[in-house]
Ligand binder design. Structure first.
Ligand code: CUA
Length: 152
């Protein structure tokens, strides 16, 4: 009789233990996305704000924000234009593989990792047509991967 009570108590404890384990695993699982809020699912980049609408917009006097996506083999948006003397804050991610983001003639040079957000700011003090190039080998058309930012 006493054995049955102890057995019941033992089983009860086991179930409580398993229950706690399950709840904590669920809580940890639910907490994971907030721990990685700087990364996005690379396959969902084109549906994830702000990358669902790549483009350049003015945020202050002579200050612009450029949201860009790198992909094999190009960048979105394809063309941008700002007045001379503008500071551009670039926010860039990749929707497939690792790409580069280099603006020759400036110190802008970043690695763009799929799902991670890379940011750099640059003030364009001289007019011209600036190339944005990929300097990380990303496949057959790597050499063709570029976009431009016109400063005038
Ligand atoms: Cu993209 Cu090389």
């Amino acid at each position: 009789r006493l054995e049955k009570i102890w057995l019941g108590l033992g089983l009860g404890t086991l179930f409580v233990f398993l229950g706690v384990l399950g709840v904590s695993a669920f809580a940890m699982g639910a907490a994971t996305p907030s721990m990685h809020h700087h990364t996005i699912d690379p396959t969902k980049v084109n549906q994830t704000a702000p990358f669902d609408q790549p483009g350049i917009k003015q945020v202050a006097d002579k200050e612009y924000e450029a949201v860009m996506t790198a992909f094999a083999f190009g960048y979105a948006p394809e063309k941008m234009e700002v007045p001379v003397g503008s500071t551009v804050h670039f926010t860039v991610t990749s929707s497939d593989v690792i790409h580069g983001f280099e603006i020759p003639g400036t110190n802008v040079n970043m690695m763009i990792v799929p799902g991670e957000i890379s940011q750099v700011s640059h003030t364009f003090t001289k007019p011209g047509e600036y190339l944005i190039l990929c300097n990380e080998y990303c496949g057959s058309a790597h050499e063709m991967m570029k976009t431009t930012i016109i400063v005038k």
